[in-house]
Design a protein around this ligand. Structure first.
Ligand code: SF4
Length: 58
């Protein structure tokens, strides 16, 4: 069982209202702050500048 696909979580590759993955509690960073990472609750490669419906600020 993987995490839900990005489309199901309304993932987008850009921030929304200043909210984005690198300041979300679910984000798992990549090698550097600018690198693509992953997410604990959304499947696949995740941009630090992305955003989805499950955003939760750190
Ligand atoms: S829950 Fe959504 S906003 Fe948070 S890191 Fe995962 S994809 Fe980004």
């Amino acid at each position: 069982m993987g995490a839900p696909p990005q489309a199901a979580m309304h993932y987008q590759g850009h921030p929304k209202n200043g909210q984005h993955c690198s300041i979300c509690i679910q984000f798992v960073p990549g090698i550097s702050a600018q690198s693509t990472g992953t997410c604990k609750v959304v499947d696949g490669a995740i941009s630090p500048d992305g955003y989805c419906a499950a955003f939760s600020a750190t």
